[in-house]
Each structure stands twice: as C-alpha cells, then as structure tokens.
Design a binder for this molecule. Structure first.
Ligand code: PRE
Length: 290
C-alpha cells in the first residue's frame, strides 16, 4: 500500500493467526503500528473475526518466495467473503531456537509452522533433525519453552526467542537470503481507489471454468488482447468434483481502466462465478528482486 492509502485505512484491531511473535504478528505491527493485534488459532478464525467485526482487518500470509503458496488460504478466501485491501512483503529471517541450557549436539527434532520448515528444509537436513509441524512459528517456540525439552529446537523469529526465553543457536537459518512472505490485508469492504492513468494497481479475482478444452485459454484471452499483465494465476480443484477448476488471478490493472473492463467482460463470457476480491496498490518490496 502507498502511504496515502495506508493513511486512509487505520484499523484499531487487526486479526492474525498464531501466537505473539509470529511473523504474521510482526507484519501487523509493521504495517499498522498504532493498532492492537489480536491472535487467533487458525487463519479461518482470523478471517471470521473480521466478518464478525471483532477486528477491522486481518493480516494473512498468502505466499512465500521460497516455499510457495500457503495452500489453505486459497481454500478459505472464497468462503470468507472478504476483500483484499492491500499487500505487504515481509522479509523472513528465521532463527533456530533451543532452551538456554540445551546442548546443540543433543537436539534431535525441530518444530515450526510447515511453511517455515519448508523455508529451512536444507538446513534442517544438514543438521539431521526430524521436522515436526506446529500451528505457527511462535507457537512452536512457546510450546518448546513450556515443555522444557532439551532435545528439541524450534524455528521462529528473534522476537519469539526473546518473548519465550529461548537461546538462538543459529540466526539466518532460512535456506534463501531473500526469503520473503507476502501478506494480504483483508477487510469486510473493498477500498475505493480512484482510477488514475499510469498509477500502478493490482486487482485480485476468483473465477471458475468447466473442465473443457480451451476454457482457460478463452477466459484469459481478453487480458492478452487488451494488454493487461497477469502477475499470478493459481488453480485448485473444487473439493467436490473433478469437472470444474477454480482460479485465483492477479492482474496489474484497475477495474475502471477501459482495457481491463473489456478483459473482464470477456472473462465473464467464458468463466463462471467471477468475483472481484479487490484492487490495491502494489507494495514497494514487490519489485525489489526484479
Ligand atoms: O507461523 C508464523 O509465524 C506465521 O506468521 C505464518 C507463516 C506462514 O504461514 O507462511 C508466515 C510467515 C512465514 O513464512 C512462516 C509462517
């Protein structure tokens, strides 16, 4: 989000998944330092908090540069009925944590969120540790401190180490230096951005196509012929059938751009259940590795 748009959105309460010190929590603090961040056990509950108006927005990780998409978000997004009002890129620097009195040579297992485990897979393998999935990174750190287990490590942030009294065995434990997670900011209503030519916008949308030859090709043809750049396309099967596929699409355009309107019209012609999830400005870090 640009600073002007951020100024327009000033939530008092932000919902996130995990425990205090999770990267989602850090993202909340970085984007909205004035707001109160409320922890929820699952992504779905964090989204529901916005639906129920316990929070004005939710900060949700959608993909990571090393480990790829956060699968469950794509399942939860269509059901939640929320809108994307912004994106935020958080560089993720993992630490390998243990109890202060632990001996690194006697540690056999490591717990963390599956995304964090995937982001550190090579380092975990090099140390010969067995990976165990936890609800979130900070939750793994907290559980380790409570269990007082000298043979276990956790992967979490340095802030989680401080919060839960753990020592840092290794910092920069992620496999890639550029490891970054993209978060989306969800709200009950879309933000209204006035369309201005030459201003960068992103628009996210969902649609479904029948499992027929050229169905996707025809649905997306309008974006190609109207010069609209696609930046992301995720596909996933509807859980009940193999005959239709659902797509999550992101394009660099505003819905009031006449070229985008023509592309959307063509999409509507060939696809089903087209739903605009929102238009927002790209975050500055989106282009840092370009
Ligand atoms: O467990 C956390 O700390 C989270 O915020 C979740 C999450 C994710 O789901 O991708 C967020 C950022 C990191 O990439 C690792 C985990």
């Amino acid at each position: 989000m640009s600073s002007t748009d951020q100024a327009k959105v000033s939530p008092q309460i932000i919902a996130y998944q995990g425990h205090e010190g999770a990267y989602s929590h850090l993202a909340c603090r970085n984007v909205f330092p004035e707001a109160q961040a409320l922890a929820y056990p699952s992504f779905e509950q964090a989204m529901q908090a916005v639906v129920k108006q316990e929070a004005q927005v939710a900060m949700i990780p959608i993909e990571n540069s090393t480990a790829g998409r956060v699968e469950e978000i794509y399942r939860a997004l269509p059901k939640a009925g929320l809108f994307i009002i912004g994106e935020y890129f958080q560089p993720i620097h993992h630490c390998l944590l243990a109890l202060p009195e632990a001996n690194p040579t006697e540690i056999h297992t490591v717990a963390s969120h599956p995304q964090a485990l995937a982001q550190c897979a090579r380092h975990i393998q090099a140390l010969g540790l067995v990976a165990e999935a936890a609800s979130d990174t900070a939750g793994a750190a907290k559980a380790l401190a409570q269990a007082n287990n000298l043979h276990q490590a956790a992967i979490a942030s340095s802030i989680a180490a401080e919060l839960y009294g753990l020592k840092i065995l290794e910092s920069q434990f992620q496999d890639e230096d550029t490891n970054t997670t993209r978060f989306v900011i969800l709200a009950n209503c879309p933000i209204e951005l006035t369309y201005q030519v030459k201003t960068p916008y992103l628009t996210s949308l969902l649609f479904k196509v029948r499992n027929l030859p050229a169905a996707l090709y025809k649905s997306l043809g309008g974006f190609a012929t109207n010069g609209i750049n696609m930046v992301k396309l995720e596909s996933y099967m509807d859980r009940r059938t193999f005959t239709a596929t659902e797509f999550y699409l992101e394009v660099e355009a505003h819905p009031q751009d006449p070229a985008m309107q023509r592309a959307l019209e063509e999409l509507g012609f060939f696809a089903e259940d087209v739903r605009l999830l929102g238009s927002y400005h790209p975050h500055i870090l989106r282009y840092q590795y370009a």
